[in-house]
Design a protein. Structure first.
Length: 81
């Protein structure tokens, strides 16, 4: 029995869904780029922790210290770009 156009179209759609998606070639980063990204992640995590601590801090001296640390982290993040 001859196969019709519709069955061939369905077959090609099934093959397309079963085929693994083509991946873009991995981007090779220089050690400096990797280090900068890691520094940025570390600073962002520290900033998140300080913001959370600041939200629950009640003592004025502790708040002042946290605000200074937050300003320092913001400067460091802006330096990294």
């Amino acid at each position: 029995m001859a196969r019709g156009w519709e069955s061939k179209d369905v077959e090609s759609q099934v093959e397309a869904t079963e085929a693994p998606p083509e991946k873009a070639p991995p981007v090779v980063k220089s050690p400096e780029q990797v280090q900068r990204e890691q520094q940025r992640k570390d600073l962002q995590l520290s900033r998140t922790r300080i913001v959370n601590d600041l939200a629950s801090a009640t003592h004025p001296n502790h708040r002042k210290s946290l605000e200074a640390a937050l300003a320092h982290l913001d400067r460091k993040l802006s330096e990294l770009g």
